[in-house]
Design a binder for this molecule. Structure first.
Ligand code: TPP
Length: 567
C-alpha cells in the first residue's frame, strides 16, 4: 500500500458466502497481488464498485478513463507487476482503448477490466453496449468475456499469467453486469495454480553466440526495452562488465546501463547520438538485447549495421529475425541467457577507445546563445539534481526527445515514455502511476503545450490524492515536433501548428489547486529548480522557450543512420 490514501478504512476482504461475481473479481485481484487500481465508475461496472469498499485494494479515481489505463501502464513499468485499470462499458471502454494500445506497443503488462451489458442484452445495441472484445482484439495479448461467475478465479489467474509472462502485454477482461451480480457458492472459488515458463536456448546455441563474441573486433551491445521489462538489467550490466563491449540503447532501453557509464554511447536512431549511430554503423557484431529493429532506431533498414552479424536475445521468439536475420537467435528468459553468455573476453581495446573518444568528441553542446531558457540544459540540470531517485515521464514531441537525449537515468524505470504508440497525453497519468508505485521517488513529468492539454483534467487527480508530481511544461506555443518536420521536410509550409491562443498555464494549474509559476529567462533557471524541488505537493513549472528550437542531431526519415543532420 502506498501513500496518498484518502481512504483509511482498508480491511481484508472476507469472502461472503454465497459470493457475487463482483466479490469474486475483487478477491481474484487480491489473490493476484494487486494493491492499486486506476478507474472510473459507470452503470455496467457498478457491481464491482459496490464490492470494492472494504477490500485491501486502493482504487484511484482518475478523471478520464484514458488516464486510468496510462497510469496503470506506468505503475506496471515501475513495479514490474501488472497494472490494473477499470472502466464501465461503452464510452468507458472506448476511452481505455488508447491506453491499452499504448501498453500493447510497449509490451507492458496491463489488466483492463470493463463492464459490459448483461448477457441477455448483448448484441441488441443496448444502452452503452459496445463490442469491447472486438475493438481491443488487435491491441491485446488476449481477451476474455466472462459468462459464468464461477470462471472468474481461473480467468483472472490466466489473465495475470498471460499479461506478465513471455513478452508482456495487455489483457482485457469484459464483465457483463449479470455475471458480476450473479451469486454462486463461495466454496466454488478456487484459484488455479501457476504454470511453468521461460524456455531456454540449447547449450549449442549459447556456445555459438559466445564464439561470435570471441571473434568480434567491433561489437556493440544494442539494448532495448525488453531488458527493463524482464528485470534483466543486473544480468546485462554483468555481461557488459565481463566483455567491456560498448553499448547503445533505444528510447525504451535507456537506463538499463547508467547513462554516465563510460562505455555507454547514448541512444541510437533518429534522434540518437552521433557516437551511438557511428558505432553501430561500423560494428561487426550487434548483440541485440530486448530490442526489435524498430524503424526509429534503425533508420533505413538496408543500411543499418551493414557489416554486423546479429545475436538477438528476446522473450518473444516472433521478434527474432522479423526485420533482420539473426545469426544467433536466442529466445527466452533475458537474465538466464545473459548469465549463460560467458565468452572469453574479446580483444577490443582499440575499438572501445575509439568509441569512447567519439562520445567525448561528439558530446552534446549545452552552451546555447541568447538569454532564453535552453531546454536541453534545463532538463539535464533537473535530472542531475534528482539523482538516483529520478523518474521522468514524458509526453510526445520535441520535449520527449530532449528528455531522452539529456537526462541522466540510473535504471530503466527512471524513464517512462510512450515509445511505440507515441501517445500525447501519457506524461501526467504516467506521473500519477509512477508516484503510486514509488511515493518516495522524485517524479518529473516533462510535457509540451500541445500534449498537456490531452489529459489536463488529471491535475484534479493530483490534487485529490496530493500526488507530489513535478510538472515541467516546455511551452513553445507550437506543436513543436510537427513544426520541426514541416520546417525541414515540408518546405516550411507551416500548417496548423500554431498554439498562439494557449491558456495561461500557470493560472490554469492554480485553478486546479496546484502551485505554479512561469519563467522565460535563463537567469531564472537555478531559482526555478530550487522551487521545483522544494515543493511538497504537486507543482507546475511553466517554461517559455524559443519556438524555433529544434531537436538535434537528426536522421531524416528514410535515411541511413550514417547520414545524421546537425543544426
Ligand atoms: C494523440 C496524438 N496526436 C497527435 C500526435 C502527433 N504529434 C506528435 S508530436 C506532436 C506535437 C507535440 O507538441 P507539444 O506537446 O507541444 O510538444 P513539442 O513537440 O512542442 O515539444 C504531435 C501533434 C501524437 N503523437 N499523439
Amino acid at each position: 500500500m502506498t501513500a496518498f490514501a484518502p481512504r483509511t478504512d482498508a480491511a481484508a476482504t472476507v469472502a461472503p458466502v454465497p459470493m457475487t461475481g463482483a466479490a469474486a473479481v475483487v478477491r481474484a485481484l487480491e489473490d493476484a497481488g494487486t494493491d492499486t487500481i486506476f478507474g472510473y465508475p459507470g452503470g455496467a461496472i457498478m457491481p464491482v464498485y459496490d464490492a470494492l469498499p472494504g477490500s485491501k485494494i486502493r482504487h484511484v479515481l482518475v478523471r478520464h478513463e484514458q488516464a486510468a489505463a496510462l497510469a496503470a501502464d506506468a505503475y506496471a513499468r515501475v513495479t514490474g507487476r501488472a497494472g490494473v485499470c477499470l472502466a464501465t462499458s461503452g464510452p468507458g471502454a472506448t476511452n481505455l482503448v488508447t491506453g491499452i494500445a499504448n501498453a500493447f506497443m510497449d509490451s507492458v503488462p496491463l489488466i483492463a477490466i470493463t463492464g459490459q451489458t448483461p448477457t441477455p442484452l448483448m448484441g441488441t445495441d443496448a444502452f452503452q453496449e459496445i463490442d469491447t472484445f472486438g475493438i481491443t482484439m488487435p491491441i491485446t495479448k488476449h481477451s476474455f468475456v466472462v459468462r459464468d461467475p464461477a470462471d472468474i478465479p481461473r480467468i483472472f489467474a490466466e489473465a495475470f499469467e498471460l499479461a506478465t509472462s513471455g513478452r508482456p502485454g495487455p489483457v482485457l477482461i469484459d464483465l457483463p453486469k449479470d455475471v458480476t451480480q450473479a451469486v454462486f457458492p463461495a466454496d466454488q472459488y478456487a484459484a488455479p495454480a501457476g504454470r511453468n515458463r521461460a524456455p531456454m536456448p540449447t547449450s549449442a546455441m549459447i556456445e555459438h553466440a559466445m564464439s561470435l563474441i570471441e571473434q568480434a573486433e567491433r561489437p556493440v551491445l544494442y539494448i532495448g526495452g525488453g531488458v527493463g521489462i524482464a528485470g534483466a538489467e543486473a544480468a546485462l550490466r554483468s555481461f557488459q562488465a565481463r566483455t567491456a563491449i560498448p553499448a547503445v540503447a533505444t528510447l525504451k532501453g535507456l537506463g538499463a546501463i547508467p547513462t554516465d557509464h563510460p562505455d555507454f554511447l547514448g541512444m541510437l536512431g533518429m534522434h540518437g547520438t552521433r557516437a551511438a549511430n557511428n558505432a553501430v554503423h561500423g560494428s561487426d557484431l550487434l548483440i541485440c538485447a530486448g530490442a526489435r529493429f524498430d524503424d526509429r532506431a534503425t533508420g533505413k533498414l538496408d543500411t543499418f549495421a551493414p557489416g554486423a552479424k546479429i545475436i538477438h536475445i528476446d522473450a518473444d521468439a516472433s521478434e527474432i529475425s522479423k526485420l533482420r536475420n539473426a545469426d544467433a537467435p536466442l529466445a527466452g528468459d533475458m537474465s538466464a541467457i545473459l548469465d549463460a553468455l560467458k565468452p572469453a573476453a574479446p580483444s577490443i581495446e582499440a575499438w572501445r577507445e575509439t568509441c569512447r573518444a567519439n562520445a567525448v568528441k561528439w558530446a552534446m553542446d549545452y552552451d546555447a546563445p541568447g538569454k532564453g531558457v535552453f531546454a536541453p540544459a534545463l532538463l539535464k540540470a533537473i535530472s542531475e539534481r534528482a539523482g538516483d531517485s529520478f523518474i521522468a515521464t514524458c509526453d510526445v514531441g520535441q520535449h520527449q526527445m530532449w528528455v531522452a537525449q539529456h537526462c541522466r537515468f540510473s535504471r530503466p524505470q527512471a524513464h517512462l515514455t510512450s515509445a511505440g504508440l507515441g501517445t500525447m497525453g501519457y506524461g501526467i497519468p504516467a506521473g500519477i502511476g509512477a508516484l503510486f508505485a514509488e511515493p518516495d521517488s522524485t517524479v518529473v513529468t516533462v510535457t509540451g503545450d500541445g500534449s498537456i492539454m490531452m489529459n489536463i483534467q488529471e491535475l484534479a487527480t493530483l490534487i485529490r490524492y496530493r500526488v507530489p508530481l513535478k510538472i515541467v511544461l516546455l511551452d513553445n506555443a507550437q506543436l513543436g515536433m510537427v513544426r520541426q518536420w514541416q520546417e525541414l521536410f515540408f518546405e516550411e509550409n507551416f500548417s496548423e501548428i500554431d498554439l498562439y491562443d494557449n491558456p495561461d498555464f500557470a493560472e490554469l494549474a492554480r485553478a486546479f489547486g496546484l502551485e505554479a509559476f512561469t519563467i522565460d529567462h535563463r537567469a531564472e533557471v537555478d531559482g526555478a529548480i530550487d522551487r521545483l524541488f522544494a515543493a511538497k505537493g504537486p507543482i507546475l513549472m511553466h517554461v517559455r522557450i524559443d519556438p524555433k528550437e529544434n531537436v538535434w542531431p537528426l536522421v531524416p526519415p528514410g535515411a541511413s543512420n550514417a547520414d545524421m543532420m546537425e543544426a
